[in-house]
Design a protein around this ligand. Structure first.
Ligand SMILES: Nc1nc2c(ncn2[C@@H]2O[C@H](COP(=O)(O)OP(=O)(O)O)[C@@H](O)[C@H]2O)c(=O)[nH]1
Ligand SMILES: [Mg+2]
Length: 312
């Protein structure tokens, strides 16, 4: 497990965490690997069940203007699962492309209407994970974490479910507001594969919609599921492991307190705390360089220093 490092004035890298924190966590795990899922913030913090939950200010800094729109929907998925095909089927000609702000990665953005609501759809780069080991993964992660889209559609390849579900589970760690688009169902059929989408929806705790985007099949059902989640008619309840080792819980709580102090307004500080404890260097770098603070509209000038105080 890595420690979180802080760049000192002379450019050297010094550990920010007390080693004891990491050590006690490792001991607590008793040599076993354990998975922990944390509860994202309540989906409807203000009690308004149909209100949008996206973070318009953060979306603006991520290059997405929500002035004319009610809800924002992110489209995530592994490469080559039919994401662009779904995007085209949902938006038709109402789309344009550009780059992510400050990046050379291209982005497609489009829109559709359903009922009374106007939806903006943002195509995220194709990724296998959100661990931010590449620019694409970082863009996808930041968008979901900071933009707090009203719904994230994760497009998965029905013929390669096991591999694809990795990303679904990672997205579910950040947000409840997920719809799984089970695409390439025709290919699955052709290979003699049967996918029990109802069972999958029950196991994941979010809607799973079978589609064949190339033939525009399942698109209405997909839009309907997105609308139900966005407007709060349906509130997904992803299954999460409840038992958290006490030392981990304690460490996360301490880190969250520190994070909330140094990066006020940071969405889902628990997820960030866990990533830090897991040694996610890209999150540590983003924190040390003040990028998390910038995205969370914070004015912090020396972001990571206070984390030195964290001890078990
Ligand atoms: N058979 C079949 N092919 C599909 C389906 N959806 C997309 N495709 C094809 O899969 C390929 C990759 O699709 P694309 O949308 O570019 O994937 P992306 O990389 O996820 O954006 C293209 O040739 C699509 O026509 C589907 O439901 N069934
Ligand atoms: Mg594509």
């Amino acid at each position: 497990m890595n420690t979180v490092n802080e760049k000192t004035q002379n450019g050297a890298t010094a550990p920010v965490f007390d080693e004891a924190l990491i050590k006690s966590l490792e001991e607590d795990s008793d040599g076993q690997t354990f998975t922990i899922n944390i509860e994202p913030p309540p989906a409807m913090p203000d009690g308004c069940s149909s209100c949008a939950v996206h973070n318009a200010a953060n979306l603006r800094s991520l290059g997405v203007d929500m002035t004319e729109w009610d809800y924002v929907v992110a489209l995530a998925g592994n490469p080559n699962v039919g994401k662009s095909t779904v995007f085209n089927a949902l938006t038709g000609l109402r789309q344009h492309t550009g780059n992510w702000p400050g990046k050379t990665v291209s982005r497609a953005e489009g829109g559709f209407e359903y009922g009374e609501s106007r939806y903006k759809l943002v195509d995220l780069p194709g990724t296998y994970s959100l661990l931010a080991t590449s620019m694409d993964e970082e863009i996808a992660r930041d968008f979901i974490l900071f933009g707090q889209p009203d719904v994230t559609i994760v497009v998965v390849d029905a013929t390669r479910l096991e591999r694809n579900l990795n990303l679904v589970l990672q997205v579910l760690e950040i947000t409840d507001r997920v719809v799984v688009c089970l695409n390439l169902m025709d290919e699955a059929r052709r290979h003699g594969l049967k996918v029990d989408e109802r069972r999958l929806a029950l196991d994941l705790g979010v809607p799973v919609i079978p589609t064949e985007a190339r033939h525009k099949r399942g698109m209405n059902e997909l839009i309907q599921a997105v609308d139900e989640v966005a407007t709060g008619k349906y509130q997904p309840k992803p299954h999460r492991i409840q038992s958290t080792p006490p030392a981990l819980k304690n460490a996360v709580n301490q880190l969250v307190t520190q994070l909330e102090k140094i990066v006020p307004g940071l969405p889902n500080a628990r997820w960030v705390a866990l990533r830090l404890l897991d040694g996610d260097q890209s999150i540590a770098d983003a924190l040390n360089e003040g990028r998390l603070g910038a995205l969370a509209n914070s004015n912090t000038s020396h972001p990571a220093g206070d984390l030195m105080a964290v001890q078990l």
